[in-house]
Design a protein around this ligand. Structure first.
Ligand SMILES: [Fe+2]
Ligand SMILES: [Fe+2]
Length: 279
């Protein structure tokens, strides 16, 4: 286990640059989502139900933020970035809640506190890796939901959220690069967690909201919604290829070893183990 995550004291604050980049491309709730154009005739009860579950799942940023600020206590740079991430994730919850309000299916505030969770402390670099992979996967899911929905405004919302999730993955990738630069021995834990995250199926999908004990998704009124949606809109095993490609690209970069498959990743893990044992 790598205890040496240290995103601190190397003089570079990634937050400064990330703040400006994310500010430049940010969409607004008031102007960019055409709520007046919602075509309710193109919505089914199933879609309304699933949008409600996704809206509540996005609220998980609240517990994740508490966890990040606790587990990355000494890393001012990363904790600063989390302020932006938290804002954007809560905006995902809000845009879906506003959509549901517009179609007459409001989420009652009284239901929200039931979803509060606290997670055990975790090793920072592995948490970071898990979230990097999770953001890549969620972007992939949202793109598929956008492609499958008939209602044009929810289609647009899912595309918008997918783009944000991809940007979040890119930001986490920057912090992973920084962690490796500050402490190269962290690479092994990053590779191992990536391999574990890549071994995901529609029936047991791996995402930070599904993997903790208890998990966020397990607290929902319908804990089966995600598995059902994945099997409906992303059937088959091969749909994960874009997620694998993106995650393997970062692993290739941080190890300077080309990787195209989980088998390559496994070999790289063995290589890193030998390097650490002989160091
Ligand atoms: Fe989100
Ligand atoms: Fe995200």
């Amino acid at each position: 286990m790598c205890f040496g995550y240290s995103g601190v004291n190397d003089g570079t604050m990634l937050y400064d640059d990330l703040f400006l980049r994310l500010e430049k491309v940010r969409w607004t709730l008031g102007e960019d989502i055409p709520f007046d154009d919602i075509d309710e005739g193109k919505l089914t009860d199933q879609w309304v139900h699933d949008i409600t579950q996704i809206c509540l799942t996005e609220l998980s940023a609240l517990y994740a933020t508490e966890m990040f600020l606790r587990d990355f206590y000494a890393d001012i740079d990363f904790c600063s970035f989390i302020s932006v991430w938290f804002y954007e994730e809560m905006k995902h919850h809000l845009v879906l809640r506003k959509y549901l309000e517009r179609i007459g299916v409001p989420i009652e505030e009284g239901d929200l506190p039931k979803l509060r969770l606290t997670f055990d402390e975790g090793p920072a670099v592995e948490t970071l890796t898990m979230h990097y992979c999770g953001e890549q996967r969620l972007a992939h899911w949202y793109r598929a939901f956008s492609g499958s929905a008939d209602e044009p405004v929810i289609k647009q919302i899912f595309t918008t959220l997918a783009t944000d999730e991809s940007r979040h993955a890119a930001a986490y990738a920057k912090y992973l690069r920084k962690a490796v630069k500050n402490n190269p021995s962290c690479v092994l834990d990053i590779l191992k967690m990536s391999l574990w995250m890549l071994r995901s199926t529609n029936d047991h999908p791996k995402h930070p909201t599904t993997m903790t004990e208890p998990s966020v998704v397990a607290q929902l009124e319908d804990p089966t919604y995600l598995v059902r949606m994945l099997n409906m809109y992303l059937p088959g095993k091969d749909h994960e290829q874009p997620v694998h490609r993106r995650i393997l690209a970062l692993m290739s970069e941080i190890t300077a070893t080309p990787m195209e498959s989980t088998k390559d990743l496994l070999s790289s893990i063995r290589q890193q183990q030998i390097i650490l044992e002989t160091a």
